[in-house]
Design a protein around this ligand. Sequence first.
Ligand SMILES: O=P(O)(O)OC[C@H]1O[C@](O)(CO)[C@@H](O)[C@@H]1O
Ligand SMILES: O=C[C@H](O)[C@H](O)COP(=O)(O)O
Length: 955
Amino acid sequence: MNVVHKTGASGVGNPLQQLAQYGQSPWLDFIQRSYTENGSLKKLVDEDGLKGVTSNPAIFEKAMGHGTDYDAQIKSLLASSILSPGELYETLAIDDIKAATKVLYPVYETTKGIDGYVSLEVSPYLAFDTEGTVEEARRLWKAVGAKNLMIKIPGTKQGAPAVRTVISEGLSINVTLLFALDAYKAVLEAYIAGLEDRLAKGEPVSGIASVASFFVSRIDGKIDGAIDKRVAAGDKDADALKALRGKVAIANAKVAYQHYLDVVASPRWKKLADAGAQPQRLLWASTGTKDKAYSDVLYVDELIGADTVNTIPPATFDAFRDHGTASETLTKDVDAARTVLAEAERLGLDLAGVTQTLVTEGCASFEDAFDALLGSVAAKQAALLGDTLISQTVDLPADIEAAYKAELDSWRKAGTVRKLWAKDASVWTGKDEGKWLKWLDIVEDRLGDLSALEAFQAEVKARGFTDVLLLGMGGSSLGPEVFSETFGQISGFPKLHVLDSTDPQQVVSYEKAVDLSKTLFIVSSKSGGTLEPNILKAYFYEAAKKVVGDKVGSHFVAVTDPGSHMEQVAKQDGFWKIFYGEKQIGGRYSVLSNFGIVPAAAAGYDVKGLLESAQYGVKASAASVPATLNPGVQLGAFMGVSATKFGRDKVTIIASHKIYDVGAWLEQLLAESTGKIGKGVIPFDGEKTGEPSVYGSDRVFAYLRLNADPCPKQEAHVKALIAAGQPVVTIGLSDEKQIAQVFFQWEIATAVAGSILGIDPFDQPDVEASKIETRKLTDAYNQTGSLPAESAFATDGNFAFFADAANQSTLKGGDTAAILKAHFDKVKAGDYVGILAYIERDQATRDWIHTLQTQIRDAKKVATAGQFGPRFLHSTGQDYKGGPNSGVFLQITADDIADVAVPGEKYTFGVVKAAQARGDFDVLAERGRRALRVHIKGDLKTGLDTLAKAILAAV
Ligand SMILES: O=P(O)(O)OC[C@H]1O[C@](O)(CO)[C@@H](O)[C@@H]1O
Ligand SMILES: O=C[C@H](O)[C@H](O)COP(=O)(O)O
């Protein structure tokens, strides 16, 4: 923008200065930091008689979204705080507005509060939200804290009542996006009513200012477009239509001004004026000429009149200074203006429809501009934060990429990310999903309670515990397990062990692995009613009591939701501490709440560092980050679109060795959240990476890569997968602590994928079903002393085979080879195989199962899962029963070499495990799954080896 005067700095002959003679105030429709800082804005005030400034989302997009004006401040803000792009934008915008209000303040003073205003618009996302607008207007008003601020509010149906409310509270308001006379009348009415509300409350009406921003050029843009089309089509009224080109917008504005004059002359207004009220002036907005055929000062020249404002874009400002004509025009030819409007109506130009469209388009285009602005702030932020943020790269074949991008764009346009953050259940099935979203806020909440967590950590250290034994299932155990597997033992702190099994051997192994006299037990159960943690607590409480005596309670800590059965137990048994969870967070979303953080603190991990890393992730996927750039949403769309549109519903997890256990946590999150009503994405962890040829076209791949220590073999495999056209998302971590960020990113992604799948990602109906079956069996045991009888449909050596009638009928032949062959022959392309083993989970059995699943995959070219019961029941079990019916399952049970009693119960751990396996199997069968159970008698190792060979022969 130039500051060149036609006739010198004195202002004599400067048309901009001359506007004052006609009662019009020129404002500038532009703001930019460098422009304010380098004195250019002040120069316009001094030399051109500039009297105000307006901004809008598109203007800020131009200012902030490009160039380097804001980089230094962004850098310094990011050095001291963890902010979302929305928070960052707002801080920058508020600073700009504050700086401009300082430059304009002398104008405010000399004009006694009539001019000198700087406008800041509420978020364009709130254009149809009265309450949201009111809240945001109050917040911004306070944040800027300048008398010469105007909050800009769209004059929509929902905006008008907001205007009345905030005017009644004494805020100065610029009502924007007015195109139609009726809308203008409504906001003028809202202004007057707001002032009357103040009078009624006995509050002053002086010192409050308002303008009604009536848009001009956009109307001609639309009407002229319609005219041109009709003329080109040979309309019979072509000449009459052509005569209206470039006339309708000005006529509309002139008629609006007549309404203003009528209102300010009314007795109703006089009363307010006598009390010191200022009229709500009409402000001509959108006054840059868009059609080059017209004068570049058309919408200034033609709209000059008393008590009005014209907010002029820079180029028009320069042009008007150079060759504008200041003269009273607004009240000229009003009858002609009315005739233009009548003529437009006669010719069917539908001004009402056009103005309505312009409101809708205006709101949408400000939203688009805001999205672009926030997107560029997000991109700048990501570049500056570098590897503080985990990286994410999505490699997709062209067809999936197109659908993925379209999905993200439709999320952006519909503002679905904001709805998700606003906990709006309509993002999913519209049931009670909104009540399960506290995990969105939990990181901030936990960061706010760091001192309590750190004090606990110091106490644990001071008490000299050697071990921490966590007893819990699923969401209460898998997060702590990731921490323990990733960070190991920290010097000076106890070693963290996680027990999530009812296998008697495993219970005993864990007991032997710790020094009971120096162990801190964490009993972890959100609901407090889950069978396993309750019986494990009973067992270890008794065991520890034998060693530490009556003060055993001081070795126990509970993590549970308020009011749970576990809370009562903890109180009754004198536990050292009780840490509470949030009822509005489901187990699998609880890792960043006390369920993950308390065990992490006990083990001496850097809780603050973990939470802060997570907080960077929270901000990177915040409501303000448009879907197209929002990593959590991108990840969710990657899975959701691949599953629903391309039949790629299997997420294969590949993780660097040091962070391998994230896969187990991820399995629960994805499977329990999405696998239901026959839909879902099915996670596969634990398969060794293979050549592209062993994978079908039913998969996507998630590669969690520790950038400092990638495995060359995994790297090569992933590269080959991408080259082969498999969909791959690569998530890069610069250090292990970033697993906390990974957790949050996948939580958002899972919620997003759930939305795309059209399910409720926060319930787990089929897990509940097998819990009920198990409970029936353990109750029966308590009554009768034995589990209900069952009979194998075939036995062969040390193997006994069980199946429901439907499956049995398909499994011909009496020997192991024939049965397994018949079972695995059912596997077809797009299916998966699940080996579900109710045996001790130790290194040897884990190696066994992972080798076996990989071998089956290579033979059958299908996805394979290798799971241990009862652990997986609280994880992938939901998907296996409730998700797509594409699983072929082999359940493995075995004799227990020794059983272990559960204190206070008739049943033993062995009985519980057996009941769990049967409950699981019954529900699989009931859901029509292809399932076979093999029971191994005698020595387990021999049985497993023989079984593996038989399976390999069968596949
Ligand atoms: O923490 P709780 O209530 O003991 O539940 C353990 C696990 O059981 C489930 O409720 C069902 O498997 C999981 O969602 C949960 O993580
Ligand atoms: O308040 C100002 C308006 O936002 C601006 O004048 C819109 O102008 P445009 O139609 O040129 O975008």
